[in-house]
Design a protein around this ligand. Sequence first.
Ligand code: N01
Length: 545
Amino acid sequence: MGIQKDQIINLDAIVVGAGFSGLYMLYRFRKAGLNTQVFESADGVGGVWHKNRYPGARCDNESYQYNYTFSEELYKEWTWSSRYPEQSEILDYLNYVADKFDLRRDLQLNTKITAARYNEEDNRWKIETDAGTKYSAKYFITGVGCLSAANVPNFKGLDSFEGEWYHTSQWPKEKVDFTGKRVGVIGTGSTGVQAIPVIAKEAGHLTVFQRTAQYSVPARNYTYDYETIQKAKENFQETKRQMRESFVGSAHIEEPRPSAIEDTPEEQEKVYERAWEKGGASLLLETYADLLANDESNETASEFVRKKINQIVKDPETAKKLTPTYRIGTKRIVMDTNYFETYNRENVSLVDVKANPIVEITPKGIKTTNGEYELDMIVFATGYDAMTGSLFKIDIRGRNGISLQEKWENGEQTRTYLGVATAGFPNMFMITGPESPSVFSNVPVSIEQHVEWISDCIEYLREHDIEVVEAKVESEDEWSKHCREVGESLLFVKTDSWYTGANIPGKPRRFLIYLGGVGPYREKCSEIAANGYEGFSLLTSLKKA
Ligand code: N01
């Protein structure tokens, strides 16, 4: 029998998103005996790895650490091909996980959750989808990702463009053919830097529209050999332990030296050169411990990379435009394969849109204050409305019908308790929500920690006949303050970036990532749980918290 009109389907838990977060949350809830449904707007599992199919898309965390560690069997069954695998391989992995654990039967694809409203009368979340079906669940969990609400700048005239245009995070499944075309790429963050060298090889001419010159370090990707793979599998337990206890959720990180300014310029050069050759995040993580806290120290690393750019790029005028001036690492560090080298190609040119901003998109291309560039295709690598954007796409309303957006943007500004819950929204949990380590970590590690913490919490509630769990206002005030203080003690807040919300016009500027470290954060969360979920109101009846 089909679902009747106006019928409400009752569940224990509803989870939004079938990426790393949603898949594992479903696995855990099922184990705990909760009747759960996951909703995903896309036509497949994988979250950002389903949608980000742009050319050159790869992970920039080492593959044998960028995966789940909850199942040793899974870890040992799956074999990664290279240090930084392509998007398609990560998507294959997530599909493999969905099949291995038989997750698809509780997973509804092509369905967007449009609204989630808490009903104080019965302490249940009422959920609406774009398919028109209504659900009710005791627990509402968001696994929507921190970087999934696309930022397409509101350029005048985009609708008039006669060519094709794409945003990198909404890339079509069909191959986009750049052969012989005049292509424009706007944006030089992690995405643009990955896409530009690949598009340049195919395009007739590529014009890069750069607003801020970017530091990028070589990824130095390589194919794994048999021994590397075997070693990674044998070391599973130790790698897992290190990832969970470390500062950024990564294992086998070399201890950095205390401060660049304690070393001579010659010593600094040696340290940075070694990290440059090693590739990946080594230049930030394994050189000096104070690079993100001390301006003077930071300048030594910034200058090292500036010099590298000027050695690689042959045309001095282009090299100058590509030379960044902000503090390295205060925008998310980028890792590349032949990014700066690409500007030595005949078919690539660079336009500085800070000096000459984009005025409008015309039927024929992009017009800046300096002239018009005729194009057949435009690629927007312009990033995301990070941290809160994907949550605000759903009309989430807690007590008294107040929406999350109203609470966080119009009122007291974003504040959470541990980044996992927020006052006024009982029985709702956010996986890698604002003010947790989330994107300043190897994200699957932070996802696993939140998922495990949330499912343990719900098991505790059930064992103790607790109906309502809700962050206390004073707990989130304190956490938010702590998160802000840690953030402000570092250099990030001095630079405009998606980290601070400055990339979205009109968005309140706040640093919404907890920078106290993955290991210490885990300890804090575990301690709170061990103390009977300290800082939360736990009610056995439906009285107002
Ligand atoms: O986005 P970004 P992204 N006019 O915001 C420019 C993760 N990620 O998609 O710097 C002109 O970093 C903007 O200029 P500016 C990773 O965490 C991971 O590249 O604001 N330009 C910038 O150059 C990453 O940090 C992987 O001045 C405009 C670019 O667009 C995060 O996702 C791969 C503009 C946006 O850069 C976001 O990266 C890819 C405008 N109006 C991404 N608006 C991995 O490897 C924006 N820009 C795992």
